[in-house]
Design a protein around this ligand. Structure first.
Ligand code: TXA
Ligand code: MG
Length: 349
């Protein structure tokens, strides 16, 4: 769509009409003029779906309580599960935090912009609503230049949880976002398919040694190499999670997700209501039901990239059992998301 048409749509329609029909800007059209439209809307308290290097985010002004309330409402997410603030510069990160440890600076130097979220002591003007009442705030600089340009134009950090209805798989294709938010969010940036496909690594830097709260493409090993010392991890033990979000069993489609090591464990009695998620290399010739390819063991990042798309494809009332063939090439991050998808209980992320 041309910019002139976009502007006409934006200015020529009542807000309620815009809501029924979001203003969609393809990322290649995100230039000065359209950035101005979106940054004005965000500064006015409106929400905008943004692509990032990891997954799509549902963004609003992170220092505006009304915008933050709208985010929780639109997702149906409990407000004790805090949001990440996305920044475009170190100055912005410093402004919303206090006492950043030297080791956190080292990680920012090494991995920002990128898929690493740092939990830091929060500055007093950051609303408690954004941090779920915690004295810390999660901060990340996404690795997508047009999006950091937008944040800079907003001149405020953007609070952005993953753009999915609470409990559903995150969005990695623009169609996922439309599916979840077409009639509720007024502005959207279409960035096609996101690069990494799984959410950022979350690292608690409020106390040394730092603690890995959620695994992502920046691995424990990569962090320890930069720090030159070990860090803790909590994500493997589920007992009392420090990151509020990890107590929720999210990333869940309708059907039950079963993690399997070999095909003989599949219950063949209801094969028509089932689907098998597998890699290109798996020998599935003995399985006669529906199947879908996750990626290739030879290129493990393809499994990360495709996970949510594949889970969403399986997310129909007709599929009651989803079997996932595990393999040793899977990253800690995908194993973590699969474990949550297969766990029982309510979903809220
Ligand atoms: O890649 C990502 O991180 C994406 C993109 C959009 O940036 N965002 C994302 O946000 O995954 P969300 O809200 O779906 O997950 C953020 C996680 C949650 O598990 C939340 O509990 C945790 O970060 N978190 C946020 N603030 C925290 C804090 N102050 N202390 C501990 N954990 C925190
Ligand atoms: Mg999420």
């Amino acid at each position: 769509m041309e910019l002139a048409t976009l502007k006409r749509l934006h200015y020529g329609k009542l807000v309620s009409e815009v809501f029924m029909n979001p203003l969609i800007i393809p990322i290649k059209n995100l230039v000065d003029e359209s950035i101005k439209i979106l940054s004005n809307a965000i500064k006015n308290g409106d929400l905008c779906v943004i692509p990032t290097d990891t997954v799509y985010g549902l963004a609003g002004d992170g220092l505006n309580e009304n915008a933050i309330k709208k985010i929780y409402e639109a997702k149906g997410r409990p407000s004790d599960n805090p949001l990440i603030l996305h920044v475009s510069s170190m100055d912005m990160a410093k402004n919303i935090t206090r006492n950043i440890p030297d080791n956190a600076y080292k990680l920012m130097d090494a991995f920002w912009p990128g898929a690493l979220t740092l939990v830091l002591p929060k500055a007093s003007h950051v609303p408690n609503l954004v941090t779920g009442g915690l004295d810390s705030v999660a901060v990340r600089m996404p690795n997508l230049k047009k999006i950091t340009d937008l944040i800079e134009a907003c001149n405020t950090p953007l609070a952005a949880p993953s753009a999915n209805l609470s409990g559903k798989p995150s969005s990695t294709h623009f169609s996922h976002v439309l599916n979840d938010f077409k009639s509720t969010i007024p502005y959207m940036i279409d960035g096609g398919k996101t690069l990494l496909g799984l959410e950022s690594t979350v690292l608690d830097c409020t106390k040394e040694p730092f603690t890995l709260l959620r695994p992502g493409s920046i691995t424990q090993f990569m962090i320890e190499e930069v720090l030159n010392k070990p860090i803790y991890t909590t994500f493997k033990k589920e007992a009392i999670p420090k990151s509020p979000g990890v107590k929720y069993q999210h990333y869940k489609p309708h059907g039950t997700v079963h993690l399997i090591d070999d095909l003989s464990t599949i219950n063949l009695s209801n094969i028509n209501d089932s689907i098998l998620i597998h890699t290109k290399e798996d020998d599935i010739s003995s399985f006669l039901g529906n199947t879908i390819i996750l990626g290739s063991k030879k290129d493990p990042s393809t499994m990360d990239e495709n996970l949510y798309h594949v889970l969403r494809k399986c997310d129909t009332p007709f599929i009651k059992d989803i079997y996932v063939m595990l393999n040793d090439q899977m990253s800690d991050a995908i194993k973590d998301r699969l474990k949550r998808a297969s766990s029982k209980g309510k979903s809220h992320d």
